[in-house]
Design a protein around this ligand. Structure first.
Ligand code: SAM
Length: 128
């Protein structure tokens, strides 16, 4: 795992040479946690694209339409994005969707009664 900041134009500190680019990046519950606006979110996808080799795979999983989250007892605000905004961000950043699953109810996390906590997506994309 590599530390990086998706809010920086070079998330890993400096632009990557082609030979240093990645074949696979996984962003699990990070993008909506790190981004403050829909514009940030779109840029995040574009920045991740700069880290991948052509044909590289980016897997993103995160909540949809969720405004807060909690880890280890700490509650924090997350960016609420819609499935449409996700799709737009993927297209604008030059990715092709290989697999997209969304709106999975997670038993144990919530009983389906809190509208802030019942949608998330798992999306496998390929850089075109
Ligand atoms: C809900 S946790 C997810 C942790 C882990 N990836 C997982 O799936 O369990 C949100 C993560 O987003 C990361 N994060 C917050 N702001 C970020 C940023 N600007 N760039 C990259 N990661 C960020 C935090 O460090 C934290 O690890």
């Amino acid at each position: 795992m590599l530390p990086g900041d998706i809010m920086q134009s070079n998330p890993l500190g400096a632009p990557l040479e082609n030979e240093d680019k990645f074949d696979l990046i996984i962003a699990s519950f990070c993008l909506t946690a790190g981004c403050h606006t829909e514009a940030d979110y779109k840029l995040a996808w574009k920045r991740l694209a700069t880290l991948l080799s052509p044909g590289g795979v980016l897997i993103v999983t995160e909540p949809l339409e969720e405004s807060w989250n909690e880890v280890g007892g700490t509650t924090f605000k997350v960016l609420s994005i819609t499935a449409d905004h996700l799709k737009e961000s993927i297209n604008d950043a030059g990715f092709h969707v290989i697999k997209h699953v969304q709106e999975i109810y997670t038993p144990g996390w919530n009983d389906g009664n809190d509208p802030d906590k019942n949608k998330w997506h798992f999306t496998v994309t390929k850089k075109m």
